[in-house]
Structure formats: structure tokens, C-alpha cells
Design a binder for this molecule. Structure first.
Ligand code: DUC
Ligand code: ZN
Ligand code: ZN
Length: 478
């Protein structure tokens, strides 16, 4: 087994920072040592196979992106990252675990949906991966099958209050699924937008000739997110199900979460980098020689980008500070402009919804440390430690301590990252949603279960190194 010492760095956790060396044996962390420690009378650095010099750098638990969609069939096409390309891009960006969404489509057996995802991911991932289950067809058989998901290491499932005719569940279906959540302890994840009402508004806009991508955000008004979030909270309260609301973007939705949490309800929420940095105004202003106003399709996602003038972005950062929101995931759902996003030319409703960010989440959130939005420790908590706790991986992931998997990122606060298609881009997309973003920090070295998978900007890992993560129940609930 290879032994590695990560020496000279500042080990940062969710609760503090300490100058320490981290000793790795094989796939696990075996010790967090005082700098220059001796083992059996010998300097540790001279007795290991490899030393990673982290002097002047941060040593953090590998990022966990708990919301990704590799190879998702959606919007008349398929998300463009495979499990291989998406996890290699993730590794470049300091993410060492993902939790992707296995899909049960309408009319499909739940078990078959999960099996299909194992088929897609198995042997192809560069980093460890787990699954949530999308329940796209709530019926007696799927409700029964859901009860067996924890045995498979799938301890959370997602339902949609949006996308009628695709993934949508009505309130009766949600209620029944939440009863399973209550009985099993599985976390209910909710896409909280009022889909039927949104579809009416979207059709009316198109009838008025308002077909540009910007109108996607107008149709998906924040009121639709606030209302659905409230409804999900009330159904969760009634059933006793723990609730986790995904891709929160509206400040009024956060207010709903905070209201429920203040009453002691097991209610949680994530936001994504796009809702912290990008805005509806940016989308309105986006025009290019190649695409004209259709340039805005690059940022069509759901929930949509929100108005900066209305203060949604500031509210997201604040909620991350106050723990009204607990985590940052990407909702990585990449599509190319060519042949994919361009399906929405002339009708924004036909634009595949999604943004690719898996490679940049750790950097974009680190920039929030630089600008003073969050602390260094909170950065680690939001991107690694809480995702591990929320989704039943803590102890093994999300922490640098003896016995944990050696998923470690050495991050250089004196480095610099220029994001752009021609610069730092390993996602399978023909554009970057983050073109031109500059980060005052840089991923230096990435270690996945003891193996160096990224160094000097080069991928040194292998597709197939990533293992399936059988997750336990959430370790975050009150
Ligand atoms: N939102 C997206 O933007 N893409 C995939 C699914 C979703 O809910
Ligand atoms: Zn969603
Ligand atoms: Zn999603």
C-alpha cells in the first residue's frame, strides 16, 4: 500500500484550522500529525512513499457535489456529460464525490430505473459516486419499491412539483411518498416550483411572441417557487417527513424554509453557484454575434436565474451564512449550445434546462471566502462536511480524520484560476456558463481514496477508480 504525507499545510475543517500533516496509508487517512512528527523515532516524511508539499496551502476534505445529472435524458436530448467526463471535470475542480440522480421515468419500474443508473455509472467514474432516486411515477408498486431503497444505499429521493407530463407528481402522490419517507427515514428532496401554473404563464408569453430565453425566468416567477416551497413544507409537516428543497433561488423560498426551521421542522435547503452569482438581468443583457438574444439560453435552468434588483442573490449568500440554507450543490446538468440548447430557438420552453458547473463549484465558493461572504470554515462546511452529513456519508467523507477516506484537496490561496472554455474546461460542453470568471485561488492537488487524481492541472486518475457509495440515513436531522 502506498503511504503519502501531505505536509506543511493548514488543515481546514468546518470548525477550525490547524497547521498539521496528514498521513495517508492506502485509501485511508491514518493520522493528523503535528508538523515534523516522528514515527518510531524516524521523521515521517522520510519513511513514506510520497510527500505532497502543501506549504502555504489549505488542506481540505474533498468536495461533495450532492446534486448532479450525468447522462440525464431531458428536454428532448441528454445531458452532455457522461459519468466519465463529468467526474473527471469534478476532480479537476476539487470534488471527490458526487451524488447523482437515478431516474424512474413514467411507466418504468423504480428498480429498473436504479439498475439503469448503476449500468451507466459502474466502472466509468473517476471519483466516488452515490445515487438519489428520482421518483417519476408514484404508484402502489413504486411506493413499495421505495421502501427497499435504503438497503441499496439510496437514502433520499426526489420529487417534482414542476414539469407536468414528465417528472411531475401531484399533491396526493407527494403525500404518499412522504409517508414512505417518514416510515423509512429517507430524505424527501423536492423540486419546488408550481409546474402547472408555470406552464400556463409560459404558453401565454409564447403566444405574445415573447420567445427569448429570458422569458423562461419570467414564466417561472418567484411566487411559483415560494408557493411550492410552502406547500412542500406543509405536506412534510403533516406526514412527518424530513424535507430537503433543491436548487433554492428565490429569497421568498428561503423565508419559507427559515419559518419552518424556526418551528423545529426537519427542513433543509441547498442553493447553487448560479443563484449566487448570475441574474435574470445578466440573461436579459446576454447577446452575441453568433446567437443574438438566444445567447441567454446558456443560462436556462430551473429554478431560473432571479432578478438582482429584487435581492435574491444577496439573500442566498446571507442564508448560507445564517444556515437558513445548509449546502451548495451544482445541479450540474450540462447541454451544448449546438444541437441541444438550440432546440429552444423560437420557443424558450423547448430549451433543455440546465447549467454545467461541476468543475467550478469549489472555486466559485472559495471566491465567496475572498470577497468576505463566507468564512474559510463555512466554505468547507457548505461544500463537503454538510453534504456528507446530510446524505449519510459523514465519517467516511467530509472530514479529515483518522479512518476517513483519503479524499483530500490541497487548495492554493495564492494561486489563480481563470475560468473559460479555452482555459480550464473539462466538462463536455461547447461553452462555459462561467466564461470570464476569475478566482483568487486554485486547486493544487486532488486525492481520491489515497490516489492523486489531479496535480499540475493534469488528470492522473482513471475512469473506474470511483466506487459506488452505499449511503446511510441522513446524519443531519434534528
Ligand atoms: N433543473 C434543471 O435546470 N435541470 C435539470 C432538472 C432541473 O430540475
Ligand atoms: Zn430540480
Ligand atoms: Zn437537478
Amino acid at each position: 500500500m502506498t503511504t503519502t504525507l501531505i505536509s506543511g499545510g493548514t488543515v481546514v475543517s468546518a470548525t477550525g484550522r490547524v497547521e498539521a500533516d496528514v498521513l495517508v496509508d492506502g485509501e485511508r487517512i491514518v493520522a493528523v500529525l503535528q508538523p515534523g512528527s516522528e514515527l518510531l523515532g524516524t521523521d515521517v516524511a522520510t519513511s513514506v512513499d510520497r510527500v505532497v508539499d502543501a506549504t502555504g496551502k489549505y488542506v481540505i476534505p474533498g468536495g461533495i457535489d450532492a446534486h448532479t445529472h450525468m447522462q440525464l435524458p431531458f428536454g428532448g436530448t441528454e445531458a452532455s456529460d457522461t459519468f466519465e467526463s463529468g467526474t473527471i471535470a469534478a476532480a479537476h475542480g476539487g470534488t471527490t464525490s458526487i451524488i447523482d440522480f437515478a431516474v424512474q421515468t413514467y411507466g418504468q419500474r423504480l428498480e429498473d430505473g436504479l439498475a439503469a443508473w448503476h449500468e451507466k455509472a459502474g466502472g466509468n467514474c473517476a471519483i466516488d459516486y452515490g445515487f438519489h432516486q428520482i421518483v417519476g411515477d408514484v404508484n402502489e408498486a413504486s411506493l413499495e419499491a421505495m421502501r427497499k431503497l435504503p438497503d441499496e444505499g439510496v437514502t433520499s429521493f426526489k420529487m417534482f412539483m414542476a414539469y407536468p407530463g414528465v417528472f411531475y407528481s401531484d399533491d396526493a402522490q407527494i403525500l404518499k411518498a412522504m409517508q414512505v419517507s417518514r416510515d423509512t427515514g429517507m430524505l424527501t428532496m423536492m423540486h419546488a416550483e408550481n409546474g402547472p401554473a408555470i406552464d400556463v404563464l409560459a404558453a401565454q408569453l409564447v403566444e405574445q411572441g415573447k420567445t427569448d430565453p429570458y422569458y423562461h425566468g419570467i414564466a417561472r416567477a418567484w411566487e411559483m417557487e415560494e408557493e411550492a416551497t410552502h406547500r412542500a413544507i406543509m405536506l412534510a409537516k403533516l406526514t412527518g417527513a424530513p424535507l430537503y428543497v433543491v436548487h433554492v433561488s428565490a429569497k421568498q423560498a428561503v423565508e419559507q424554509l427559515a419559518w419552518a426551521r424556526d418551528k423545529g421542522q426537519n427542513v433543509y435547503g441547498e442553493t447553487c453557484p448560479q443563484y449566487l452569482y448570475l441574474s435574470l438581468e445578466d440573461q436579459l443583457g446576454a447577446k452575441s454575434d453568433e446567437w443574438g438574444a438566444f445567447e441567454g439560453a446558456k443560462w436556462v435552468c430551473s429554478t431560473p436565474l432571479r432578478s438582482r434588483a429584487e435581492g435574491h442573490q444577496d439573500s442566498m449568500w446571507q442564508a448560507l451564512r445564517t444556515n437558513d440554507l445548509q449546502m451548495v450543490s451544482t445541479d450540474h446538468c450540462p447541454f451544448c449550445m449546438k444541437d441541444q440548447k438550440e432546440l429552444g430557438l423560437g420557443d424558450f420552453r423547448k430549451t433543455p434546462n440546465g447549467i454545467g458547473s461541476i468543475e467550478h463549484r469549489m472555486d466559485l465558493m472559495y471566491q465567496g471566502v475572498v470577497t468576505g461572504e463566507i468564512t474559510l470554515e463555512r466554505w468547507v462546511e457548505l461544500t463537503s462536511t454538510t453534504p456528507a452529513r446530510m446524505f449519510g456519508l459523514y465519517g467516511r467523507k467530509g472530514v479529515i480524520q483518522p479512518g476517513a477516506d483519503a479524499d483530500i484537496v490541497v487548495y492554493d490561496p495564492n494561486g489563480h484560476t481563470s475560468i473559460g472554455l479555452e482555459k480550464t474546461h473539462h466538462m463536455n460542453m461547447d461553452y462555459s456558463a462561467w466564461e470570464g470568471y476569475e478566482i483568487d485561488g486554485k486547486v493544487d492537488t486532488v486525492i481520491s481514496r489515497g490516489r492523486v487524481v489531479v496535480e499540475d492541472d493534469a488528470f492522473t486518475g482513471a475512469a473506474g477508480h470511483g466506487q459506488y457509495l452505499k449511503r446511510g440515513l441522513s446524519q443531519y436531522l434534528i
